[in-house]
Design a binder for this molecule. Structure first.
Ligand code: HEC
Ligand code: HEC
Ligand code: HEC
Ligand code: HEC
Length: 163
């Protein structure tokens, strides 16, 4: 046991090094195959995603998109306290309802006649700014001599111009 080759026991070091090399090669190959081509082009995301999002069709048109076909609602709304609330916020995106180029109706536009629509913004909540008009629904309706029904708000308020 005296004249032993000093390298005799280094075999497992070489094996470990070989394994490490294999892992590194696998990582490099994996990156080559799985990391998208345009990754990092502009930042820490896939560069091509920008173009893909830009190519999506535009679905919202703003209040002006409704005016040519609903001038009465448009005028009433623009002159009232709900002017800052976009038509499409209460209804839906114009693209689902009308073809703006052909100027024709494509499908029904949602009309939500329940009071949940109004409560979404006006139900009293401590987290809302105190300056925003908010009500305790039950108290408010009874106080004004109304009945608490699923569409109570519409008995007294017009959604397009509530006052
Ligand atoms: C605060 C929410 C809200 C906003 C903002 C709003 N609407 Fe409405 N809209 C309603 C509700 C609710 C009804 C149903 C009213 C009813 O049944 O008395 C309605 C009804 C309508 C109707 C008639 C449908 C029917 O069957 O009576 C049209 C047309 C319409 N809205 C267009 C518009 C346009 C155009 C705008 C923007 C200029 C707009 N709305 C903004 C909530 C809203
Ligand atoms: C190219 C014309 C056109 C445009 C633009 C248009 N509408 Fe309409 N809309 C119609 C027609 C036609 C009807 C059915 C007749 C009616 O109620 O006046 C209708 C009906 C509606 C109705 C009643 C429910 C229904 O589908 O019948 C609502 C609510 C409505 N539109 C909201 C809107 C809103 C909000 C916009 C804008 C985001 C808009 N519309 C843009 C043509 C249009
Ligand atoms: C998307 C949010 C939103 C929805 C939904 C909404 N409102 Fe409003 N409402 C507003 C905003 C914003 C104002 C303007 C607040 C201001 O002037 O500070 C307003 C103002 C009002 C006012 C006048 C309050 C005042 O003291 O000036 C009334 C009344 C009202 N809304 C009733 C309703 C009714 C009824 C509905 C349901 C048909 C409704 N709102 C749905 C956002 C909303
Ligand atoms: C019976 C009639 C009646 C009904 C129903 C009714 N309101 Fe009112 N609402 C009024 C009157 C009148 C006022 C103005 C006096 C006041 O502030 O109470 C008013 C005021 C408001 C205000 C402004 C409050 C403020 O502090 O500035 C909001 C917001 C409002 N209503 C939302 C609603 C909502 C949402 C509903 C449905 C849950 C509803 N109202 C149902 C009659 C009614």
């Amino acid at each position: 046991m005296t004249s032993e080759n000093p390298l005799a026991h280094s075999k497992h070091v070489f094996r470990a090094a070989l394994l490490l090399l294999a892992v590194v090669v696998a990582l490099i190959l994996g990156r080559l195959f799985f990391v998208p081509e345009t990754w990092g082009e502009y930042g820490f995301y896939r560069g091509a995603a920008v173009g893909e999002h830009r190519a999506e069709p535009v679905r919202f048109g703003g209040d002006e998109a409704c005016e040519p076909c609903h001038d009465a609602e448009y005028a009433e709304h623009a002159a009232g306290v709900h002017a800052p609330v976009r038509c499409e916020l209460c209804h839906g995106p114009v693209a689902l309802h009308a073809d703006l180029e052909e100027g024709e109706k494509l499908a029904e536009m949602p009309v939500r006649r329940g009071r949940e629509l109004c409560e979404l913004c006006h139900r009293a909540q401590a987290a809302r700014p105190a300056s925003f008009p908010q009500i305790d629904v039950r108290e408010h309706v009874l106080e004004n001599g109304g009945e608490v029904t699923p569409d109570a708000c519409f008995d007294c308020h017009d959604p397009h111009s509530p006052y």
